[in-house]
Design a protein. Structure first.
Length: 278
């Protein structure tokens, strides 16, 4: 909702409802999933893998299309909301303000990774780690060594563990409901991004990725990732509403030149002649 202030000092405010945002995101996620499922049905059961490019446009397993644009945008919005909360916490001197800054930067990276596929570049760099784990640690990582594009899950798991430990006190300082929503949303997101991704990697290694089973795994993975982000954004907005209240953005503008000239020409302003030198 937009509200305009007085004519002398116009102010536009936007009221954001956490429930309304969650409803919109849920609807978009459902439509994207249905579009992908329709594309898979067209591909595997009717033999039409293109349909004027619409299948690829809404393919959840393809980059640079509508689902990836949505996910990157949702992550970027989370980063923006986190930055606003961090700014408010910085003004109040909150001891966890840098934790909010760290989350904002982290989600900014996730947004860039979703669009640019940074993890696909990192994965092959850790192929040697996956091979070493295959030989010395556990057969659980066998396919990671043989299929190095998915070895990015190793540094991802390590990073998630480090962040989780370093944010323990931060979580306990949050309101209980917010902390629970944060943890649940993270579990849903990581369960899809790492857990289902690992299962999908195993399936690709054994059977390839051009079958309905892999397509179902992709739907599950991406649905969990998008749902986790939507839940996290809902929790952020609820927290901002309860703990911070209104956030006002004000754009400073210089005074008009006419105002300065009117002050200098005012009859009430005393003018002193320049002092003559002796």
């Amino acid at each position: 909702m937009f509200r305009r202030g007085s004519e002398e000092s116009p102010v536009f405010s936007v009221r954001i409802s956490a429930a309304a945002v969650a409803g919109i995101l849920g609807t978009v996620i459902a439509l994207l999933v249905l579009a992908d499922v329709a594309g898979q049905i067209s591909t595997y059961y009717f033999g039409h893998p293109a349909v004027l490019g619409l299948v690829e446009l809404f393919d959840l397993d393809t980059e640079a299309n509508m689902p990836s644009w949505y996910s990157a945008s949702a992550l970027l919005i989370c980063s923006g909301v986190l930055a606003l909360i961090a700014a408010a916490k910085g003004q109040s001197g909150d001891r966890f303000r840098w934790h909010w800054v760290g989350l904002s930067v982290g989600f900014l990276y996730l947004s860039a990774d979703e669009e640019a596929g940074i993890h696909e570049i990192i994965g092959p760099l850790f192929a040697g780690v996956g091979h070493w784990l295959t030989l010395h640690v556990s057969s659980f990582f066998r396919y990671l060594g043989a299929y190095p594009v998915y070895t990015w899950v190793l540094p991802a798991c390590a990073a998630a563990a480090i962040i989780g430990i370093s944010y323990t006190r931060f979580l306990f300082a949050l309101p209980r409901r917010t902390a629970v929503l944060f943890v649940v949303s993270a579990a849903i997101f990581l369960g899809g991004a790492v857990g289902v991704e690992v299962i999908g990697a195993r399936h690709v290694l054994l059977y390839g990725q051009h079958d309905p089973v892999y397509g179902a795994l992709v739907v599950l993975e991406e649905s969990m990732e998008m749902s986790g982000i939507a839940l996290f954004l809902f929790a952020l907005l609820r927290y901002a509403q309860a703990e911070i209240g209104s956030i006002r953005l004000q754009f400073e503008t210089p005074p008009p030149a006419s105002a300065e000239s009117s002050v200098s020409s005012s009859p009430n302003v005393k003018r002193f002649p320049h002092r003559q030198s002796a």
